[in-house]
Ligand binder design. Structure first.
Ligand code: SAH
Length: 348
């Protein structure tokens, strides 16, 4: 694969244009075109500069392979990278704007038992520009521009563990909020992690004011180890300490994801244990009923159980929301679409 031009910040692009012997305004032209989701071959530049770029960089690092629309309006995309790898993304519409869920890796090596993204392990990290381009092409496909964006919020909750691809993700976050780019502020970005503690500390010192989300899904280390292998490396206590540090450094409250799995973590005793764990902490809990993945044996808690669980948290003063399952009819859970695409298209 060639290099990815969308990896470059505007300043890096200016250097490249100078190296190519071109006038500085060309950098603005190229950057604007790229931020509008254009491929190199359709940038409004001279044939010689286009040839210079195409020799070194991928013409179209991310392209939309397929798009599905759910009955609830959620749109799911299947993206292809220049090397033929695919990942998925989702665009969800809310009153305040559109949130895109992007992937940070092809596959994942975290091995969570309920998740479809990790079924075939980690294939590779995505570069900063490959992560950004998922947003650029969707904004374009939705008819958005840089002034009138159709993607306003971003969640790093597609396939991959963002903190396992630390450098590329940080670069992506910095490029995402550049003033003359698509300019999505880190305040409108949520980064979800299964709890890589050392990277959570590093993140707290980056000066990027994003929303930190931690996938908890259990209230004891023993139980967490049953569904999340990462629990063998870091305890819940260590995660909570890293969260407090994040709050101390950034002043931002943090969020826990808790997927309700029948017979595993969704009973009243678990709700009470969660309250005890989080009492008094500047946090919020997002509950979601497990999206059942056909390759996985786990079942979702019922709606009734989910409301009961929510009720216990509320009664105990823990701020919590029960999220709607969006796009369940189109493979809404991480990695489901890619998994079904791979099983349809690849020899067994
Ligand atoms: N690797 C990161 C981000 C990707 S997953 C992380 O672990 O946080 C985004 C969220 O979806 C995580 O909370 C993850 O645990 C959850 N998730 C994965 N598969 C799911 C499923 N089948 N049903 C419900 N939530 C799921």
């Amino acid at each position: 694969m060639k290099q990815i031009l969308q990896d470059l910040s505007f300043n890096e692009l200016k250097d490249l244009v100078a190296q190519a012997g071109e006038k500085p305004f060309r950098a603005t032209q190229i950057f604007e075109g790229l931020m509008h989701g254009k491929r190199i071959s359709s940038l409004p530049v001279s044939p010689s500069l286009r040839a210079y770029l195409l020799e070194r960089f991928e013409d179209e690092p991310v392209r939309i392979l397929e798009k599905f629309t759910s009955a609830d309006g959620t749109q799911k995309y299947l993206f292809a990278f220049a090397d033929g790898n695919v990942v998925e993304g989702v665009l969800m519409s809310y009153k305040y704007g559109n949130t895109q869920c992007v992937s940070t890796q092809v596959g994942c090596r975290m091995g969570c038992k309920f998740c479809a993204s990790t079924l075939n392990g980690l294939i590779r990290n995505l570069t900063a520009g490959e992560i950004l381009s998922q947003i650029l092409v969707v904004n374009r496909e939705q008819g958005g521009t840089l002034k009138d964006r159709k993607v306003t919020n971003v969640v790093l909750m597609g396939s991959g563990e963002p903190l396992d691809n630390y450098g590329n993700v940080i670069k992506f976050l910095r490029n995402l909020s550049q003033e003359n780019g698509i300019c999505i502020s880190a305040r409108n970005v949520s980064l979800s992690t299964c709890g890589l503690v050392p990277e959570m500390y590093r993140l707290a010192d980056e000066g990027i004011p994003l929303n930190l989300t931690i996938s908890l899904h259990a209230t004891t280390d023993e139980a967490r180890k049953r569904t999340m292998p990462i629990a063998n490396a870091y305890s819940i206590a260590e995660i909570l300490k890293a969260c407090s540090n994040y709050f101390k450094k950034t002043g931002r409250r943090y969020i826990f994801e808790y997927s309700l799995i029948d017979g595993e973590n969704a009973d009243e005793e678990h709700a009470l244990a969660l309250c005890a764990l989080l009492k008094g902490k500047p946090c919020h809990v997002n509950l979601i009923r497990l999206n059942e993945v056909k390759e996985r044996a786990l079942s979702s808690a019922s709606e009734k159980q989910a409301y009961r669980f929510l009720g216990v948290l509320e009664k105990n003063g823990i701020s919590a929301t029960l999220r709607r399952q969006m796009g369940a009819d189109i493979g809404g859970a991480c990695g489901q679409l890619r998994a079904s695409y791979l099983s349809e298209t690849q020899p067994k």
